[in-house]
Design a protein around this ligand. Structure first.
Ligand code: ADP
Ligand code: MG
Length: 294
């Protein structure tokens, strides 16, 4: 089977997912969401702050905590060895599932590295938690390999987080998410805190890694122009609902939902050929996008 064929197969399905914050005034942050993620695809999840993107990502990872409650729905991971009902996993199964099958890079993740341990120790801990029989040599090789893949010099293994730039820390987090070769990586605003040039470099890296390794990515951001550059398909969320799900090309050319059209209209630089930027390198678009985000 070719990579293109595999890309039409589902790797994750959400059926009717509803998440409620059971606060004094309950908030239904995700409303009956249906979504299929294909193998190896980059699916963008767009929508304004507060529309429920992070809540959705946490629920997929089973990282939601009270007052959040899943009020309806199913989340199914389609592995090569069969389906996994994520909401039914026991704690031990869930620990094995995370990182191994599906990993997440959080909003502000670059500050989530443990400040008192080296990059080497953090990678090693994650590896050993899942592969307790891995040898020292294998651990070293794997750690060096993932760092190289995300563009970090393996000599940085001995560094502490505070010795690294923000962009470098975010790359280490992405390396960590790739460590056990999951089929899905969920990235929640992974580059929002970084300056535009660093952000673009990292995005290009993510697209390249996906092309090389063929994992699926759910890429979450309020930044629609950025999603148009890197996504195969884009889901648009509005007040907890997925109101549109289309290929990036079609969404750009022929958005159906008035809210999507409004979002597209709010980014004046969205003209010309979609995707030209990431695929051809930094050019004058950078300046326009930088001004827009400032
Ligand atoms: N811990 C919480 N308790 C109550 N409401 C919450 C909590 N976390 C998020 N919300 C609400 O859920 C909605 C969706 O939030 P969130 O998923 O963070 O959106 P996004 O990631 O798109 O900015 C918002 O209305 C937010 O106020
Ligand atoms: Mg969020």
């Amino acid at each position: 089977m070719t990579a293109a064929d595999r890309r039409t197969e589902p790797v994750l399905t959400l059926d009717d997912l509803t998440v409620v914050y059971e606060t004094e005034q309950p908030v239904t942050a995700v409303k009956h969401a249906n979504l299929t993620l294909h193998r190896g695809e980059i699916l963008g999840l767009a929508g304004e702050s507060g529309c429920g993107k992070t809540t959705l990502a946490y629920a997929i990872n089973r990282l939601h905590r009270p007052p959040a409650r899943i009020a309806s729905g199913r989340i199914t991971f389609h592995g090569d060895d069969g389906d996994i009902d994520i909401l039914a996993l026991e704690d031990r199964e869930l620990r094995a599932f995370r990182w191994e099958r599906l990993s997440m890079v959080f909003q502000g993740a670059m500050n989530a590295l443990n400040p008192v341990t080296t990059v080497r120790a953090q990678l090693k801990d994650t590896l050993l938690a899942h592969r307790p029989r891995m040898s020292r040599k294998e651990i070293r090789e794997r750690s060096e390999d993932v760092l190289k893949r995300v563009g970090v010099d393996p000599r940085r293994l001995g560094s502490y987080p505070h010795e690294l730039s923000g962009g470098m820390r975010q790359r280490v987090m992405i390396a960590m998410a790739m460590l056990l070769e999951p089929q899905i990586m969920i990235m929640d605003e992974p580059t929002t805190a970084l300056d535009v040039v660093v952000q673009r470099d990292i995005l290009r890296e993510i697209v390249r890694l996906r092309d090389e390794l063929d994992f699926a990515v759910v890429f979450i951001t309020h930044d629609l122009p950025l999603l148009l550059e890197i996504s195969d398909r884009i889901a648009v969320m509005l007040e907890g609902e997925i109101v549109e799900l289309e290929t990036a090309d079609r969404l750009y050319r022929d958005a159906q939902h008035p809210y999507t059209r409004k979002l597209l209209g709010s980014f004046p630089s969205l003209s010309g050929e979609r995707g030209a930027f990431i695929r051809t390198g930094i050019d004058e678009t950078t300046d326009i996008l930088a001004e827009e985000r400032a």
